[in-house]
Write a protein that binds this ligand. Structure first.
Ligand code: HEC
Ligand code: HEC
Length: 299
């Protein structure tokens, strides 16, 4: 064997070893994240049991975006299949699938803490967006799930691929959102529903997973390059400076910006289009109170 060949073989071998070590680390880290058991001590849900609660639960199920991943009828559906990254399936949430495995408080823990009935982390279930939900709103959502018509539809299972595990190792993929949630026991209350900035901030927690905690926009972690970044929603020239409340309501209701450009379907505007005028006004008021941030240039 020539010297050159020996050296290349040695280099290739070392490279393979490094890759194997990274992959081993990624496997171990993701297995650890999914094996960890969380104990949730939140106060037990209290149900109002009236018609207003049932209506609120159905409304929240749709406008908080559950419908995007679990389907309008909550029978579960394929969310996306990104081969070696992951195949994400929103579970069947009807009583046929959940009643035997989850009681009401365990459902609340799944929604606000991202954990299964046995305390292990749910995969990709974006509980961080729902961790602030008030006890009353959570009770309304749980009641909605428990009163759905049972369906035995089997949407399939979520599978994490090797690339998904490596991305998780480097903090680029939120495999187990429970890892970043505060699991301390606490009672949670929400602002009075109405067109106030405060109520807008409460509802708009569901936007921050994509638009960023500072609202300045970002490339959504783990998304493929062909998807656009989430826009800057602060009142900055790179964001929504110059927009009116009517412009904002139109973009959410019709998917059209003031300059006529359509929103990419990755922005789930059809889901938020079901919000009431009052809810959209509240979110607009919240966005108008944010400090302007240069962040990510608008879409
Ligand atoms: C971005 C997609 C997405 C959204 C939005 C979402 N979920 Fe999920 N949810 C998932 C996935 C994926 C799973 C399955 C996790 C797993 O199998 O590890 C899941 C699991 C669950 C479970 C546990 C089901 C089981 O079989 O163990 C419950 C309960 C649940 N979601 C409720 C909700 C509710 C209520 C909402 C809205 C407030 C919601 N989800 C919004 C993706 C989502
Ligand atoms: C799943 C990720 C995701 C979520 C959740 C999300 N957005 Fe977006 N949003 C996007 C993306 C991506 C764009 C850019 C779309 C484009 O470039 O066409 C966008 C664009 C927008 C725009 C248009 C601004 C502009 O000119 O580019 C507005 C307004 C907006 N989002 C508001 C919201 C609000 C309000 C919420 C919560 C109620 C929300 N979004 C939740 C991903 C998301």
């Amino acid at each position: 064997m020539g010297k050159f060949f020996k050296r290349s073989a040695w280099l290739a071998g070392s490279l393979l070893l490094v890759l194997a070590a990274i992959y081993g680390g990624a496997w171990w880290t993701s297995e650890q994240a999914l094996a960890r058991v969380y104990t949730i001590h939140d106060p037990s849900l209290v149900f109002a049991g009236d018609a207003a609660e049932a209506a609120r639960g159905a409304h929240l199920y749709s406008v908080l975006g559950c419908v995007e991943c679990h389907g309008a009828d909550a029978r579960g559906k394929l969310v996306f299949d990104a081969g070696p990254v992951a195949r994400v399936v929103g579970s069947n949430l009807t009583p046929a699938a959940l009643a035997e495995r989850y009681d009401a408080n365990q459902l609340a823990a799944a929604i606000r803490h991202g954990v299964r009935a046995d305390g292990r982390a749910l995969r990709f279930m974006p509980a961080g967006d729902f961790q602030h939900l008030s006890d009353a709103d959570t009770a309304a959502l749980v009641r909605h799930l428990q009163s759905l018509p049972p369906s035995d539809h089997a949407p399939g299972d979520t599978v994490i691929g090797p690339v998904g595990r490596v991305l998780h190792l480097f903090g680029k993929f939120d495999l187990a959102p429970a890892e970043h949630i505060d699991h301390q026991r606490r009672a949670r209350s929400g602002p009075v529903p109405g067109p106030s900035a405060e109520y807008g901030a409460y509802l708009a927690h569901v936007c921050t997973g994509c638009h960023g905690a500072d609202w300045a926009g970002q490339r959504v972690p783990g998304t493929p390059p062909e998807l656009p970044p989430a826009s800057n929603l602060t009142p900055h020239a790179n964001g929504l400076a110059g927009w009116t409340e009517a412009d904002f309501i139109r973009v959410i209701r019709e998917g059209k910006r003031p300059d006529g450009r359509e929103l990419h379907g990755f922005m789930p505007w059809r889901v938020y289009a079901a919000m009431t005028d009052e809810e959209l006004q509240a979110i607009w008021r919240h966005l108008s109170t944010l400090p302007p941030m240069p962040g990510q240039a608008g879409g």
